[in-house]
Ligand binder design. Structure first.
Ligand SMILES: C[S@@+](CC[C@H](N)C(=O)[O-])C[C@H]1O[C@@H](n2cnc3c(N)ncnc32)[C@H](O)[C@@H]1O
Length: 422
């Protein structure tokens, strides 16, 4: 399997089995604007109703070949005709719902290149619609895989417990620039309207697993099947222009191996890994800071704390990490007394919301505490009210005085750098 068929997607049932496709990602041919260069094509030379009916035929067949857990993503735009806007995305959505597709979301694809002109009644066009349909309510959707980590406000530094270590949930406006050429790159021929690779990648991540089947009934330059192959998915495509298919096959042959290597190494982007580690580190350190403040209110004074991340099995759904806290306590507070208070405190907000599975150890001898710190390598000291930027890396015993929390977790986040980011 995995093939782009040379043929008319109105006949797709002749090649693709019912209930075999996981996701369809496509941009249908434009209405009466582009001549792709063959007879009987959808769009060019047709009247609007015939065009809509032809499109409907294709998406009815797509519905038949889609699994119950599958989805459909259509990138589509309005256009102007005879002095008015024709709302194609909305006309299309109505037809799709008549077929049985359930509209789940309308996403705006914001392109960075805009036509450098505007005229009376027409603003600059900078977006297209992405319509997202499912076949049933139990469609596949993995939102955690596509969170954004770049544009978080600086808030995450002081409130790490409010931010998922995976980043911010996807918003309904997606920004991707229009590629200058199709999937084949410079050395291959150009296509009129290739989709951005990253946009396709995002949808594939969001709605499929490795081995799933991705389909594009209007493959064009082959961005959708190519990305599917690069991400270890199977694919089907249909295209009426033989040249495009030949180009796509050559491109795939030349690039598959290296793209698969890249996919395997970049599964979790570096950026995401480091953001995740930061959020987890921030949470572990803030957790003990909040806890010791609460204990103080109850009359229990913790003198110093050592905190480290551990590898315990996480048992609660919202847990993100496990940690061990070694607390240097005043002799008058018995361990039982402290443990009782801690048990109560960690069951309720804010501590219950940190997702930290914590283990506590109590020591009463300052020298034991110092020995413990210097037995470890790379210890950083933090103050009582800032656990996102360390005071110093511990090298001499006299530095212990200044710190309150000590940890192998290294956080040196300059809040100023994140100010003003939305
Ligand atoms: C808007 S383009 C798709 C671009 C594509 N998403 C990409 O990334 O390159 C539409 C494509 O549909 C093809 N097409 C038009 N009518 C078709 C039909 N009935 N069956 C299959 N392909 C068709 C055109 O040749 C054109 O390449």
């Amino acid at each position: 399997m995995s093939k782009v068929f040379f043929g008319d997607s109105r006949d797709l049932l002749s090649k693709i089995k019912p209930l075999s496709v996981d996701v369809t990602i496509t941009s249908p041919p434009y209405f009466d604007m582009k001549d792709y260069g063959y007879p009987n094509q959808i769009g060019y030379g047709q009247d609007y109703n015939t065009y809509l009916n032809d499109i409907k035929k294709v998406f009815k067949n797509v519905y038949e070949v889609t699994k119950d857990t599958g989805s459909l993503w259509v990138i589509i735009d309005t256009f102007r005709r005879d002095g008015e806007v024709i709302p194609l995305p909305f006309d299309f959505a109505k037809q799709a719902s008549e077929i049985g597709w359930k509209l789940q979301d309308i996403i705006i694809w914001k392109k960075d290149k805009t036509a450098p002109w505007s005229r009376k009644g027409v603003t600059k066009k900078i977006f297209e619609y992405i319509l997202f349909f499912s076949k049933s309510p139990n469609f596949k959707y993995f939102s955690d895989r596509v969170r954004e980590v770049k544009y978080l406000k600086e808030w995450w530094i002081r409130y790490p417990e409010r931010y998922s270590p995976n980043g911010k949930s996807l918003e309904e406006i997606w920004e991707f620039s229009i590629p200058v050429q199709g999937a084949w790159g410079n050395s291959y021929i150009r296509h009129f309207c290739p989709l951005p690779e990253d946009l396709v990648r995002q949808i594939i991540l969001l709605t499929t697993d490795e081995g799933d089947v991705v389909f594009d009934p209007f493959s064009g330059s082959g961005t959708v099947p190519a990305q599917a192959a690069f991400m270890k998915r199977k694919y089907y495509g249909f295209e009426l222009n033989k040249n495009y298919i030949e180009m796509f096959n050559t491109y795939l042959n030349d690039n598959l191996e290296k793209k698969l290597v890249a996919y395997n190494t970049a599964k979790l982007s570096l950026e995401q890994t480091s953001f995740r580690n930061k959020i987890i580190g921030l949470r572990i350190l803030k957790y003990i800071r909040v806890l010791s403040n609460n204990l103080k209110i109850n009359g229990i004074n913790i003198l110093k704390i050592y905190a480290e991340q551990t590898n315990q099995k996480l048992t609660h759904r919202h847990d993100v990490a496990s940690a061990r806290y070694i607390m240097l306590c005043e002799r008058q507070h018995l361990e039982n007394e402290i443990v009782d208070d801690i048990k109560k405190m960690i069951k309720i907000r804010p501590l219950s919301g940190f997702g930290i599975k914590a283990e506590f150890v109590f020591i009463y001898d300052y020298n034991d505490f110092v020995k413990l710190l210097f037995d470890k390598k790379n210890i950083f000291s933090y103050s009582m009210n800032n656990t996102h930027q360390y005071i110093s890396k511990l090298t001499k015993e006299d530095q212990i005085d200044k710190g309150f929390i000590f940890s192998s977790i290294e956080l040196n986040i300059n809040e100023e750098l994140y100010k003003g980011l939305k």
